[in-house]
Design a binder for this molecule. Structure first.
Ligand code: HEM
Length: 228
């Protein structure tokens, strides 16, 4: 596979396929309106439906948005879909706060979901503020973080399936562990990649690692030849 094709598959193809699988397996089952089909979500059905509508929009639009934005293609379409993505996060996120506070799986899982919703809203808000201020690279980075959190509920379900296959823990333990792991670990990995690309980027010349401006902040005792 060519490098460009590989990039397109990683940014657009793979997340879209996995997101479609998630929507088919875990979201559409709530479209069955038979009494009892909603299970524990029956008392908060409106919140669940709002959450699923916003979450599904963000989950499915995200890969296309990242692909358009990172390749500087179809910028008008990118802006229109961007508004839809942000609305999806706003509606899905507001409902996520409610669902987190009213979860049946205990306060530790509740705070995990609540912190995940905060990360979702903060990352998306910072991405929007960055693009309003024309900070393109900051916008791209915060959008990547935002989508990593959007995708976390897919990771949540995959983690629960793995715990079940490996017969690890009770249902409450599995949900509690996954509510924290599903977004914090992917965000850490994404951050290592985003910052690692800068740290390991080739330097143009040996002098560029310390500029004159930086050097003025180096204390005299740490200057080459001044220390012990
Ligand atoms: C990214 C931030 C998100 C947060 C903080 C969040 C939070 C939550 C919470 C607290 C619940 C209820 C859990 C419970 O008490 O049983 C829930 C349920 C659910 N969420 Fe999200 N969610 C997020 C994103 C998404 C996305 C993007 C989707 C995709 C459509 C989604 C789909 C679902 C589904 C299908 C359920 C029902 C439970 C299940 O069948 O797995 N969520 N979510």
């Amino acid at each position: 596979m060519r490098r460009a094709d590989r990039g397109n598959f990683l940014i657009f193809g793979a997340p879209t396929l996995i997101a479609l699988w998630f929507v088919w397996s875990y979201v559409l089952r709530y479209s069955n309106l038979d009494p009892g089909a909603l299970g524990i979500y029956e008392p908060r059905r409106e919140w669940l439906f709002a959450h699923l509508a916003g979450g599904t929009a963000a989950l499915l639009l995200g890969p296309l948005q990242l692909w358009l934005g990172l390749n500087y293609r179809g910028m008008l379409l990118h802006r229109i879909l961007g508004v839809a993505y942000v609305l999806g996060v706003a509606v899905g996120g507001a409902a996520a706060f409610y669902l987190a506070i009213h979860t049946d799986f205990g306060w530790v899982a509740g705070t995990g979901f609540f912190a995940m919703a905060l990360a979702w809203v903060f990352a998306t808000t910072l991405a929007v503020v960055a693009i309003c201020r024309r900070l393109i690279q900051q916008h791209q980075e915060w959008m990547i973080r935002s989508y990593v959190v959007t995708f976390s509920f897919v990771t949540f379900r995959i983690l629960i399936d793995i715990f079940n296959l490996a017969s690890i823990g009770t249902t409450v333990e599995q949900i509690t562990a996954a509510s924290w792991m599903c977004w914090s670990a992917p965000l850490l990995i994404a951050e290592c990649i985003l910052q690692g690309r800068k740290v390991f980027a080739p330097l143009h010349s040996p002098q560029e690692s310390v500029t004159d401006a930086d050097a003025s902040f180096i204390p005299a005792e740490l200057e080459p030849g001044q220390g012990s």
